[in-house]
Design a protein around this ligand. Structure first.
Ligand code: IPD
Ligand code: CA
Ligand code: CA
Length: 267
């Protein structure tokens, strides 16, 4: 099967699992929150069940393919293909009844994402791309923003839980962006932040301490929509390196500011 043949199947699987998540959201009871290792690391049966459904169905598309999934379903294999999955990105939103969460599925070939799907469950918007195609939202082609001035930009970020070593640097970056832009949003789903950069709703997004499953699909969609994705040094280590800057035409200005503050020695 080619990537273009696999993609509609992945989209259909995400839409079906999205329906399950949507149904569970109606009646979610906070007593069913569980805690994983680390501060504020929440999970529920919905994350786990959604992931199992995704893995079960994706496995059939490429027999023998491996999995890197947030809740640990499936395992890596010798195959050149690996699915990188966040079954519910925006778990904290989901648990508090906020309607901003998504399924994020990427397919990597020899470690490089070649297909990405981000399905925003409540808006029924499916963002998708492959390395051979432009990016889409549902069936509409999308493009990143051409705005190249910070003072005309709306940005997105997340507030990491574990970043004490770098907290002052991060807060300084946020302070400076607040003074220079239309503002900063914190939606609570990195996959949606990236999808919204891809379609130009946000000019740019940056965050620290994310995992590969948060960004693999969204970063590819941004790139295929004409955007730039780097780490805080301007390099390519954003998938496993925990630092990401993804933007349209304002990327150089964002990177310059982030880079200058992030690597500054604090007194
Ligand atoms: C989280 C979201 C959030 C980001 C966190 C992630 P989860 O993923 O993407 O926006 O700030 O760092 O862990 O836990 O909802 O899958
Ligand atoms: Ca996530
Ligand atoms: Ca998750």
């Amino acid at each position: 099967m080619t990537l273009e043949e696999i993609k509609p199947e992945v989209i259909a699987i995400c839409r079906e699992v999205g329906q399950f998540i949507r149904d569970e959201a109606q009646a979610f009871d906070r007593s069913r929150i569980e805690f994983k290792h680390g501060f504020n690391n929440l999970v529920s049966y919905v994350d786990k069940e959604a992931e199992q459904r995704l893995v079960r169905n994706l496995k059939r598309l490429i027999p023998g393919s491996g999995f890197l999934a947030e809740e640990g379903t499936g395992s890596s294999t010798q195959s050149e293909f690996e699915w990188i999955i966040d079954p519910l990105d925006g778990t904290t939103n989901f648990m508090h009844g906020l309607p901003v969460f998504a399924i994020s599925v990427a397919l990597a070939k020899q470690g490089v994402p070649v297909l990405g799907v981000v399905y925003e469950v409540n808006r029924n918007e499916c963002f998708h791309a492959t390395t051979n195609s432009p990016a889409f939202c549902n069936d509409q082609p999308i493009q990143v923003s051409s705005v190249n001035e910070l003072n005309e930009s709306l940005l997105a970020t997340g507030f990491p839980y574990n970043y004490l070593d770098k907290k002052e640097h991060y807060l300084e970056i946020i302070r400076q962006f607040l003074e220079k832009t239309h503002g900063i949003r914190r939606l609570g789903s990195a996959a949606i932040d990236l999808a919204y950069v891809a379609c130009g709703r946000f000019e740019g997004f940056f965050e620290y301490n994310l995992n590969a499953w948060d960004v693999a699909a969204g970063a590819l969609i941004v790139q295929q929509a004409g955007g730039t994705v780097t780490d805080f040094s301007g390099g390519n280590n954003f998938l496993h390196g925990g630092e990401i800057v993804a933007a349209g035409a304002v990327h150089p200005q964002m990177l310059e500011l982030i880079n200058a503050q992030w690597f500054k020695k604090k007194a």
